[in-house]
Design a protein around this ligand. Structure first.
Ligand code: IDP
Ligand code: MG
Length: 149
């Protein structure tokens, strides 16, 4: 089953949006298989955003992501990687569609509340970076027959 890595960034935590964001993924029909609340180390932040290392916003991004607690999650479901990106919305909250998390709650690209893996391979890399195998729980959502044909 497909899995994705989602992190509510320090602004999402400070804005009191942890419950709202988890609710959106739960009510969509995805299954929570990993969840932790942590202060991110510089090393983890730099590894997580390694592809952006040469970008001008990299140091500010690492500074921000390590500035306060983050809620890190793994969600499971058919097509969960691409679908989560749709639930999250465009990178810039000002252009993100209303109805998306960033579109509903944000106004600035540097405070866009949430991270979601951009591809299946990225999700595998990020899940392995943030979670140990034993921190992930395989379980069967009893709602499955009501969510999948
Ligand atoms: P994504 O989070 O939608 O996948 P990416 O392009 O992967 O967007 O960028 C990673 C994160 O870097 C963004 O979520 C945002 O927090 C930050 N970021 C991206 N572009 C900019 C920028 O132009 N200025 C400031 N921060 C940016
Ligand atoms: Mg990205």
């Amino acid at each position: 089953m497909e899995r994705t890595f989602i992190a509510i960034k320090p602004d999402g935590v400070q804005r009191g949006l942890v419950g709202e964001i988890i609710h959106r993924f739960e009510s969509k029909g995805f299954t929570l298989v990993g969840l932790k609340f942590l202060k991110v180390s510089r090393e983890l932040a730099e590894q997580h955003y390694d592809v952006h290392r040469e970008r001008p916003f990299f140091s500010g991004l690492v500074e921000f992501i390590t500035s306060g607690p983050v809620a890190a999650m793994v969600w499971e479901g058919d097509g969960v990687v691409a679908s989560s990106r749709k639930l999250i919305g465009a990178t810039n909250p000002l252009t993100a569609e209303p109805g998306t998390i960033r579109g509903d709650f944000g106004v600035s690209i540097g405070r866009n509340l949430i991270h979601g893996s951009d591809a299946i391979e990225t999700a595998q890399r990020e899940i392995a970076l943030w979670f140990k195998e034993e921190e992930l729980v395989s379980w069967q959502l009893q709602l499955t027959p009501w969510l999948y044909e």
